[in-house]
Design a protein around this ligand. Structure first.
Ligand code: FAD
Length: 553
């Protein structure tokens, strides 16, 4: 079978380089075309529909004498749904996977792959990288690079967006081909229940298709919330719009201090736009609060102001097309206002349960999420949920993927392994990154009592920060451990460069029962920042100064 796909030149070259390893059996004719962004339309998706996937119509449908059309219907083609669908097929199941993206109020839409690929982890990390690169250019002169007119160097938002979107489109394409290769039937339609075994897929053109499944997995994820204030939906945007915004964001108010809000404010500032963070209550709820406050302080140090204990009251358009935001301090009741070019809502995400007609299947909903047991099973035994839509579990891509895969293996591969949601490592890609695994200090104190835990900590100076004289004030590591015996490590926290890369390996150690005895007996790799964990000699209880004396002793 030949596939024809039109891709931007850079992505096409990537695919050409990789195609033999990625696509074993099929030949892909990649035709270069000039880079051109479409206004919100996902051209690649349409191209795919026209050129390749209609080929399916000619293929012979397998006879299915079963009582149901499919062994498994997956509703939602994001991280969790796709992983589950592919693993189910690998274990011999007949699978259909539905995916449909409702456009944002601004009209933004995207292709298959879910939040992570299209409007989450991937574009976020790329924009974070773009912002770090800007920093590096400015540091380079300290290292001897001669950069004429350094101050004139700035990013072009439209080019950045185009590069990011080109990458996303190539991932959309690879995902579609992968589903086809793996024999997952992809249906670009919105799924809802007709009864516990029947799902109706509503297609883009309004037509409907009815499918029956022995099992159903709900993996519909969530979408950003908008506040209930005048002008919020009309004038504000969310992370769903930001990564494809066709004009530069300018001076931006980010409302919300969860990780998404901080990350967006961080890279916008790094790209040269004024960014302010409005915080209703606390920063990075759910994270270690000492570390969370240090993240916020490190952002303030970089010129990102925080409006604490403040909520927005309204957004209005000014005569010159900017946005007037009125707000109030919830402690002092003092009112204030300012004018911005962009208002970004990052006040949390809502599970997409409303359009699923869950009542027809009798599925219980808990605070716009789905309640499941430890085997991701809902109250209806043959209906399961994975990913962000599950109530009370971490909303992270690798969590959704792992849970989806394990579920498929249990359903079709005879496995008994259930997902372990403890000690999941994560990173906040704030300009100075924060990563952690395991318990927050306050959670450990609450669970074991202050007398029974020991907190080791230390500030450190990354070698690469010396020459450009970057601030090391917030470079800090902390280990929370049991106080007795070999001191089992309960949590590790790291604030500094490449935090995710540092913590990923330690996460495996923590999962394997790492103790402080082992950690402090581990020989570090010098000079790295990760080695700071092996040099954690000072406890908070000792009251000793945790600032470093020298880098090499
Ligand atoms: P999703 O990926 O959201 O996929 C659900 C899919 O189902 C979507 O395509 C949706 O449109 C579709 N759908 C919804 N309803 C229906 C229906 N009725 N019928 C058919 N299809 C439907 N996680 C990390 O691990 N690391 C990060 O750095 C990170 N950064 C993030 C940054 C941002 C800005 C955001 C928003 C999220 C980030 N996340 C990150 C979270 C991560 O994206 C999610 O945890 C992950 O995508 C959840 O996967 P999922 O399969 O549960 O849902």
């Amino acid at each position: 079978m030949n596939y024809f796909v039109f891709l931007p030149a850079s992505e096409a070259r990537n695919l050409q380089d990789n195609r033999r390893s990625v696509y074993k059996s099929d030949y892909i004719d990649i035709r270069l075309r000039k880079n051109k962004m479409s206004d919100g339309e996902n051209e690649l998706e349409e191209q795919l529909e026209k050129t390749t996937l209609d080929d399916d119509s000619g293929e012979e449908e397998e006879e299915n004498e079963d009582e149901y059309d499919y062994d498994l219907i997956v509703i939602g083609g994001g991280s969790g749904g796709l992983a589950c669908a592919k693993e189910a097929v690998a274990n011999g199941a007949k699978v259909a996977c539905l995916d449909y993206v409702k456009p944002t109020p601004l009209g933004t839409k995207w292709g298959i792959g879910g939040t992570c690929v299209n409007v989450g982890c991937i574009p976020k990390k790329l924009m974070h990288q773009a912002s770090l690169l800007g920093e590096s250019i400015h540091e380079a002169t300290a290292y001897g690079w001669e950069i004429p007119n350094k101050e004139a160097i700035k990013p072009k938002w439209e080019n950045l967006v185009q590069a990011v979107q080109n990458h996303i489109k190539s991932v959309n394409w690879v995902t579609r081909v992968d589903l086809r290769d793996k024999k997952v039937e992809y249906i670009n339609g919105a799924g809802s229940f007709k009864d516990p075994h029947t799902v109706v897929a509503k297609m883009k053109n309004g037509s409907e298709r009815t499918l029956t499944g022995r099992n159903v997995v709900i993996a519909v994820g969530g979408r950003p919330r908008y506040p209930d204030i005048p002008g919020a939906v009309e004038y504000g945007i969310t992370s769903d719009d930001l990564f494809s915004l066709d004009k530069e964001p300018g001076k931006t108010l980010v409302v919300g201090a969860g990780y998404i809000g901080l990350e967006c404010a961080g890279f916008l500032k790094g790209l040269g736009y004024d960014a302010t963070v409005m915080v209703r209550s606390i920063v990075l709820r759910g994270f270690d609060q000492q570390m969370a406050n240090m993240v916020a302080d490190s952002m303030v140090e970089r010129g990102i102001p925080f409006l604490h204990k403040t909520i927005p009251k309204s957004v209005e358009k000014t005569q010159d097309g900017r946005l007037l935001v009125k707000y109030v301090n919830t402690e002092t009741q003092e009112e204030g206002s300012d004018v911005y070019d962009t208002v970004l809502w990052a006040i949390g995400r809502k599970g997409l349960v409303d359009d699923l007609n869950l009542g027809a299947a009798g599925i219980e909903v808990k605070a716009d999420k789905i309640a499941v047991n430890e085997a991701e099973q809902t109250n209806v035994p043959h209906i399961f949920a994975v990913g962000d839509i599950i109530h009370g579990r971490p909303e992270l891509t690798p969590v959704a993927i792992h849970a989806g895969r394990l579920l498929a293996r249990r359903l079709f591969g005879g496995s008994k392994q259930i997902m372990d949601y403890t000690d999941v490592a994560t990173t906040v890609f704030s300009p100075l990154e924060y990563a952690c695994v395991g318990m927050a200090e306050e959670d450990a104190i609450q669970k074991f009592g202050e007398d029974n835990i020991e907190v080791f900590h230390g500030f450190y100076k990354p070698t690469e920060f010396f020459i450009p004289q970057k601030s090391v004030r917030y470079c800090y590591v902390k280990a929370v451990a049991e106080r007795s015996g070999d001191q089992k490590v309960l949590g590790l926290h790291y604030l500094g460069p490449v935090a995710g890369e540092v913590i990923q390996g330690f996460a495996a150690a923590v999962k394997s029962g790492l103790t402080m005895k082992i950690l402090l007996n581990t020989v570090g790799i010098h000079p790295t920042t990760a080695e700071e964990f092996t040099r954690l000699a000072i406890t908070k209880r000792s009251g000793l100064d945790p600032t470093p004396a020298s880098c090499c002793s």
